[in-house]
Design a protein around this ligand. Structure first.
Ligand SMILES: O=C(O)[C@@H](CO)OP(=O)(O)O
Ligand SMILES: [Mg+2]
Length: 403
């Protein structure tokens, strides 16, 4: 019923103005799905390989499309993704490009859902998935720097976490309020700020000042709305780590690995952080385990560059107690099946899953459905800007069963 009739690939623009791969999948019964690959700036060393879009498209047309058309059902995601792996033949999608692979994988899932007449989250998550009963809490990037903005904070992302919101819609609006409150506070302090790649404010302030500002903004909105709003971080520490010197560099300040663990633990307690992503370098399983041991009972320590949505790296992390949550980015691993495997392994072992966008995004809304389908605790997908609100607004529709 969902046999693939055609796969078309093209270049479209992403939110940074760079070309990316978009795929259309059409089934013989008329089902249609379209999806586009996002793209990272602070990419992990162990991510699947993104090729220049023109090259990725040419190679996927040559190797992947002939394996899919007339042979594979879009509704059978494992078959689609197995065909992509077979077409590629490498461990890291370096032959056809993880950008082509993920666009085709996600487009096929939408074509499969279209034939069934089911919303994507239900096609992926099963008929018992009830978006009403629990929803992923949106982590909203409100202040940031690192690789996402020049001359701003060293820590890449300060994330509003409306953990007490009674509904996903109220959580989404709360994050927008925090984003606006940050603008007011910056204005009061006479600090001008442009926005970084993900729409977060990117002021030229110290990390210490950013903590004060975000703490004040979340408290203000918490008081106004009457439900709990905490905040969290994506430190993206691999970008701060100088492997030769063995230190983390925050401008002129250096921290050894042990000092970095100490610093993170202090921040968790001082600001009651709900979430800390990549607090240490992507190779530092020991440091991650140390920090998780110290503060993992009161905050999520999440591996992004550490795990890269990869079950092998996650297995090691589970064995070593390196984190209590994993960031899930389908384009880090190349297919939805691989992303699901990572979520399942994590959840079976008591880790939380956090589904995430990339800093370079499109209007694609697949991750909103993925977060609901997998019962993820959080979804990290920005606060403002069309490519971010596309996902947030889709979450609101999903909760209302209006997709
Ligand atoms: O580090 C991250 O978690 C992401 C998304 O916020 O950034 P990038 O896509 O640049 O890797
Ligand atoms: Mg990250």
């Amino acid at each position: 019923m969902t046999l693939i009739e055609s796969v078309s690939l093209r270049r479209v623009l992403d939110s940074r103005g760079n070309p990316t791969v978009e795929a259309d999948v059409l089934t013989q019964s008329g089902g249609f799905g379209r999806a586009a690959a996002p793209s990272g700036a602070s990419t992990g060393e162990y991510e699947a390989i993104e090729l220049p879009p023109k090259e990725a498209i040419a190679r996927a047309r040559e190797h992947a499309v002939p394996r899919l058309v007339g042979s594979v059902h879009a509704g059978n995601q494992r078959d689609v993704d197995a065909a992509l792996h077979a077409a590629d033949g490498t461990e890291d999608f370096s032959e056809i490009g993880a950008n082509s692979a993920v666009a085709i994988s996600m487009a096929a899932s939408k074509a499969g859902a279209d034939v069934l007449g089911a919303p994507l989250f239900q096609h992926l998550g099963g008929t018992f998935r009830d978006a009403d009963r629990s929803f992923p809490v949106p982590l909203g990037n409100v202040v940031g720097g690192g690789e996402h903005a020049a001359d701003a904070t060293h820590i890449q992302e300060f994330l509003s976490a409306p953990v007490g919101a009674p509904s996903v819609a109220e959580a989404v609006f709360a994050n927008a309020d925090v984003h606006a409150a940050v603008a007011d506070i910056l204005d009061d302090r006479g600090v001008a700020a442009a926005k970084g790649d993900e729409g977060a404010w990117a002021p030229a302030v110290s990390d210490a000042e950013a903590f004060e500002i975000v703490d004040e903004a979340t408290s203000r909105v918490e008081d106004a709305l009457g439900f709990g709003i905490r905040f969290g971080l994506d430190v993206a520490a691999s970008e701060l780590y100088d492997a030769d010197a063995g230190v983390y560099r925050y401008g002129d300040t250096e921290r050894t690995s042990a000092e970095q663990v100490e610093y993170m633990a202090e921040l968790v307690d001082e600001y009651d952080l709900a979430y800390v992503e990549d607090p240490l370098d992507e190779d530092d399983y020991d440091g991650f385990a140390d920090l998780t041991d110290r503060v993992g009972d009161r905050t999520l320590i999440c591996g992004d560059d550490l795990f890269v949505t990869n079950v092998e790296r996650l297995s090691r992390g589970i064995d070593e107690g390196a984190a209590n949550s994993i960031l899930i980015k389908p384009n880090q691993i190349g297919t939805l099946s691989d992303a699901f495997d990572a979520v399942e392994l994590a959840q079976r072992n008591g880790l939380d899953a956090v589904v995430s966008h990339r800093s370079g995004e499109t209007e694609d809304t697949t991750i909103a459905h993925l977060a609901v389908a997998t019962d993820a605790s959080y979804i990290k997908t920005g606060t403002v800007g069309g490519e971010r609100t596309a996902k947030l607004n889709e979450l609101i529709r999903i909760a209302e069963e209006a997709v």
